[in-house]
Design a protein. Structure first.
Ligand code: NAP
Length: 457
């Protein structure tokens, strides 16, 4: 009798779980899946990306957790693909592989001063306040009065909100303890959110913008004159319901006026960062004012030659995430994704790589909300299932899941399985319950691994 088809999914974030869900839903083909993640804890961007004051969004993990009720699915945490498990080993142990590693890195501005001490990416800052083990030691100093956040997407909004909120509000969340302490000491009073285009070209969603307007600790400041639209912007706003609603809320913010709250969030349109000033740390940000031109029917920002320097002590660029290449796997440098055809991995020349698939941000780029990964993963799973019958099988001597376990053990990898994670999870929830918080996160790998081996409480 032939063994179940062995499938590895690399990356236990939303795309990984939705791929597993779609594969498990079918009963036609006998499969067994290992969901592998470099970190001890599963859930990827839900645990380490979603803002701590957005707990409702995180409840999606309950759906993911239920999938482990199916014995065809195993969790292999703390296993770093490329270090603990090579591409060749992966291919030898699994009939099919799905890469769902997301976009771990960030896009850069490419301007002078970007490498100064307090010039950081939102990716780093977000990972730090969410307790990602690799960013525990980021220690951003928040001893400046003013900070600039570059970009007008939802990540920029998250970062601005975390900087603007009262620390007592954050203390009710699962924000990492080290970040809570740093934010308690924060001297930040003015936060500048800088957009290179206008109010009709914002990327954030209306719900998120409205949340900014409702903050108790910070006034949101928008200049009425900035909301006057040119013809093309007006047409763009007519076409897009989110833009239309954003404009409505921006007008409400202007009408609301300033209420002398302790902090101020200045939303600045039509300005591009040109240089970050300072010796070691950021001392200022040079901005060029822009105007919009019609570029093939889309609004494009061009500089006016008019400059301004903002006296900020920190710059957080939030201009998009970026995928990272995986050893042995094709990578499209410019787009920061794995080249693919509807989820089937291809070479850069377009030749399909048998038995290799991808889903989520590493497939389509860093766009969309968590739920957007579901149809994306379903498409990939469908292609995989279509191919499975004709894919060459691995050496059947290696098809028992224990073989990969033995290999990892031999290499000294401390694999965290789902039961181990449940121990860690229970401890975090318990620690949170005592303090009236959703959870208190373990933040270093060693703490996490130690907690995994403790009995559940
Ligand atoms: P994003 O939505 O693509 O926004 C990137 C922003 O950076 C845009 O405003 C863009 O402006 C700007 N930008 C790019 N290059 C720039 C440059 N060189 N100079 C100045 N500005 C520049 O990306 P994101 O905020 O990282 O979000 C990623 C995805 O995650 C999005 O789909 C987002 O909705 C989602 N997300 C959702 C939530 C939520 O639902 N609560 C939370 C976080 C993230 P242009 O438009 O001019 O290019």
């Amino acid at each position: 009798m032939s063994q179940p088809h062995r499938i590895a999914i690399i990356g236990a974030g939303p795309a990984g779980f939705y791929t597993a869900e779609a594969l498990l839903k079918q009963a036609k083909v006998d499969i067994s899946i290992d969901l592998i993640d470099a970190l001890p804890a599963p859930y990827g961007l839900v645990r380490y990306g979603v803002a701590p004051d957005h707990q409702k969004i995180k409840s999606v993990t309950k759906i993911y957790e239920k999938l482990f009720g199916d014995k065809r699915l195993r969790y292999l945490g703390n296993v770093h693909f490329g270090r603990d498990l090579s591409y060749e080993e992966l291919k030898a142990h699994y009939d099919a592989v799905v890469y769902t590693v997301g976009a771990a890195s960030d896009r850069q501005l490419g301007i002078a001063g970007e490498d100064l001490g307090s010039s950081l990416s939102a990716t780093q800052f977000v990972a730090w306040y969410n307790g990602h083990p690799d960013y525990v030691n980021l220690n951003p100093k928040l001893d400046m009065k003013a900070v600039a956040v570059i970009g007008m997407g939802n990540v920029a909004v998250d970062v601005c909100r975390i900087l603007a909120r009262h620390v007592d509000e954050l203390a009710k969340t699962d924000i990492a303890d080290h970040a809570l302490e740093a934010l308690r000491e924060s001297q930040v009073e003015d936060i500048y959110m800088i957009g290179r285009r206008g109010p009709a070209q914002t990327k954030f969603t209306t719900k998120e913008l409205r949340e900014l307007a409702e903050m108790v600790n910070a006034d949101v400041i928008v200049k009425a004159a900035d909301l006057e639209l040119d013809e093309l912007s007006q047409a763009e706003a007519e076409k897009d319901i989110n833009t239309k609603n954003n404009l409505k809320v921006l007008h409400e913010i202007v009408d609301q006026g300033v209420q002398n709250k302790p902090r101020r969030l200045h939303i600045r349109f039509l300005q591009s960062p040109k240089e970050i000033l300072g010796e070691r740390e950021v001392e200022g940000l040079v901005l060029e004012h822009n105007r919009l031109i019609n570029h093939n029917g889309e609004s494009k920002a061009v500089g006016t030659g008019e400059f301004e320097t903002l006296p900020v002590g920190m710059v957080l660029r939030s201009v998009g995430y970026r995928g990272e290449p995986l050893a042995g796997v094709p990578f499209h440098e410019k787009w920061g994704i794995i080249p693919n055809e509807a989820g089937r991995v291809s070479t850069l020349e377009g030749h399909i790589r048998q038995g290799e698939y991808c889903a989520g941000w590493i497939k389509r780029g860093p766009s969309g909300v968590i739920g957007s990964n579901k149809p994306d993963a379903v498409e990939t799973a469908e292609k995989l299932l279509e191919d499975l019958a004709t894919l060459p099988r691995i050496d059947q001597k290696l098809s028992d899941p224990q073989n990969v376990d033995k290999l990892l053990k031999l290499k000294g990898v401390e694999v965290i399985n789902f039961e181990d994670w449940q121990h860690l999870n229970a401890l975090e929830l318990k620690a949170g319950e005592v303090l009236g918080r959703p959870r208190v996160k373990f933040v270093t790998r060693s703490e996490m691994i130690e907690a995994c081996t403790k009995s559940p409480v």
